[in-house]
Write a protein that binds this ligand. Structure first.
Ligand code: HEM
Ligand code: MTE
Ligand code: MO
Length: 349
């Protein structure tokens, strides 16, 4: 393949890997499984053009005298690509390090670093591909071979996991490892950035339901306890690499919405924490979610979001808002939630 085609193949595959890795967080489990398969294929296929490229530039890379001002960015990009592929491959077999940071955190940092470096690399060395760079069928076959290589590795990797009984054999398709299912409150705690509220005084706390609704509802802890309870089984799967399946008990969001009367313009439901952290779900899906007061047979403890936390089946853990104070029915998507999850916490309201 011509150098420019190799370069654009590298950019393309790395961009696909970064976008699918991140994109899989945003969709329901139903779709993220397929997206993560595409992620793995693109991630491993990347090894092929990376090898071609390194063969071409290896002399320039090893002879420091041949370096120009842009070479450090190129060298860093190569290292980040190898680190992203290596950490992804490693975490899907072995489980090291554990705790914080673990292999998944390292992988995400390497992947995001590669995304940033690639952007810089494209800006510095951009060369528009020309029609004569492509040789038609030959290149198409090489492309297929490359993707085939990426795809063929996946069943081989899973066979290795099973044959050697490696920790990777136990992972969920999200890469997450099991932690404390059906153990009441004894499962891991994950607080994002600055979210460390002081325990909530339930004699003063109220839940408000408002927005595109016929009425506004404000419920005390005691009033909430008198509403009909439902339970459901759902898996909390943190993007930080662990998951836990529990029976959650509390108030159905659908029942709550029926009480306030949702206006026809309603499209999303936002769940707002006392810390300002918030996330929203499409209204039909929100109806199937739960505002949990209990996990297993135990009342939720403070660090798991007492008195009320969202349980959003099939959604990644970061959307399961803890310490919910408000349920707001929206007529439009909430872009501000992307800022709220990075800035919530310090001044709990
Ligand atoms: C462009 C940079 C990236 C490359 C080259 C890359 C490559 C890989 C590779 C080779 C694997 C192993 C797949 C397997 O064996 O099943 C993997 C797994 C994974 N990656 Fe990435 N990745 C990148 C960025 C990201 C980012 C930015 C995220 C998240 C935001 C991410 C999330 C994941 C997850 C969740 C897995 C585990 C999937 C599983 O357990 O099968 N990756 N990645
Ligand atoms: N208000 C608030 N809700 C939150 C978080 C947070 O930091 N603040 N962390 C989220 C993340 S990333 C996860 S994985 C789950 C973790 O829930 P747990 O701590 O009960 O295990 O809560 C989510 N809800
Ligand atoms: Mo999380």
């Amino acid at each position: 393949m011509r150098p420019r085609v190799v370069d654009w193949t590298l950019y393309g595959l790395a961009a696909i890997a970064a976008l699918t890795g991140f994109g899989a967080w945003l969709v329901t489990d139903q779709y993220s499984r397929a997206i993560l398969t595409a992620h793995a294929v693109a991630g491993f296929a990347l090894l092929v053009p990376l090898a071609w490229k390194l063969r071409r530039v290896r002399l320039r890379l090893v002879r420091l005298k041949a370096w120009d001002a842009k070479t450090p960015i190129s060298a860093l990009t190569t290292i980040a690509a190898l680190a992203a592929i290596g950490s992804g491959a490693f975490w899907t077999h072995a489980q090291w390090p554990t705790g914080y940071p673990n292999g998944m955190h390292i992988h995400i940092v390497a992947g995001l670093a590669l995304g940033g470096l690639l952007g810089a690399h494209v800006l510095l060395r951009f060369k528009r591909p020309a029609r004569h760079d492509f040789s038609g069928r030959r290149d198409a076959l090489r492309w297929l071979g490359m993707l085939g290589f990426g795809a063929a590795l996946l069943p081989a990797k899973e066979a290795l996991n099973r044959a050697l009984g490696l920790p990777g054999a136990q992972r969920r398709f999200t890469g997450s490892r099991h932690a404390g299912s059906d153990s009441g409150n004894a499962f891991p705690i994950t607080n994002w950035l600055f979210d460390r509220p002081t325990p909530i005084d339930t004699s003063r706390w109220r839940l408000t339901v408002r927005g595109a609704t016929a009425r506004v509802l404000s419920l005390s802890d005691a009033e909430l306890a008198r509403l009909p309870q439902t339970s459901l089984r759902a898996t909390l799967d943190c993007t930080g690499g662990w998951y836990s399946t529990q029976t959650w008990r509390g108030i159905s969001v659908g029942a709550l919405l029926d009480q306030v009367g949702v206006l026809p313009s309603a499209r999303f439901v936002s769940f707002v924490s006392v810390t300002g952290y918030r996330w929203s779900l499409p209204i039909a899906e929100a109806r199937t979610a739960l505002l949990a007061t209990h996990v297993g047979d135990e009342p939720l403890d403070h660090w798991h979001g007492a008195p009320l936390r969202l349980v959003a089946p099939g959604r990644r853990g970061f959307m399961w808002v803890k310490w919910v104070r408000e349920v707001v029915v929206l007529t439009q998507p909430d872009l501000g939630q992307w800022i709220a999850i990075f800035t919530s916490g310090p001044d709990a309201t």
